[in-house]
Write a protein that binds this ligand. Sequence first.
Ligand code: ATP
Ligand code: MG
Length: 235
Amino acid sequence: PAQLKDGALAVRFESVSFNYGGEDSETSVLRNVSFELAPGRVLGLLGRTGSGKSTLARLLVRFYDATDGTVRIGGEDVREVALSQLRGRIAMVSQNIQLFQATVRDNLTLYNRSIPDDRLTRVLSELGLASWLAALGNGLDTMLASGGSGLSAGEAQLLAFARAFLSDPSLVILDEASSRLDPATESHIEKAIDKLLSGRTAIIIAHRLTTIKRADDILILDAGSVVESGLRTKL
Ligand code: ATP
Ligand code: MG
């Protein structure tokens, strides 16, 4: 398999088409999508609901493979990179946060035992979750319920950011939830995004204007096609 270089990674889509039904399906969710994102830059991915934004993100982590064309990361075809390496280098903070029935620690580290507890508690307190953690009966050993039931939407999102930080990714994909959060959570998330994006390549599917303002480049999808792409005029 191909080896990814260290550090921030470039992303390149070369005439990528995709449909969930496979090659002979008639409705393409992505149509001939091409763009290039240089290492360390932030791409704002915009488009109305159903335009294919989350689908594009899923191709990068190979939840699905392109029906046609090539998806490249760090210059390598994603299909040539070992799946463990690919997913180890990309952090996806998605609309639906995947929490499972396990301890807070295991939910955050995904069983990476080399991450020390004090690093976990530091990241949680940086995200404003110190009092949440303190209120748990067993701290990092507290079991979370599958699907994160018992957590507020804001807490679940902040935990997803914590998990993303801890994996020290080279590419961040942020599929921002459109739901409104309370101002305190919002401000913790703003800080979390700043910190998470610093020094990394990022694709942000943005709903909040404050998030869109962070983008260096913009790509707009409409019904799976790129309708606009280019450098954002700095506000
Ligand atoms: P939103 O802004 O609402 O999150 P989106 O731009 O992320 O929308 P996608 O989730 O990529 O849109 O969906 C693009 C199209 O693909 C939609 O028509 C959707 O119904 C379809 N789709 C998404 N996931 C699947 C799936 N697992 N199987 C079949 N079709 C799907
Ligand atoms: Mg989506």
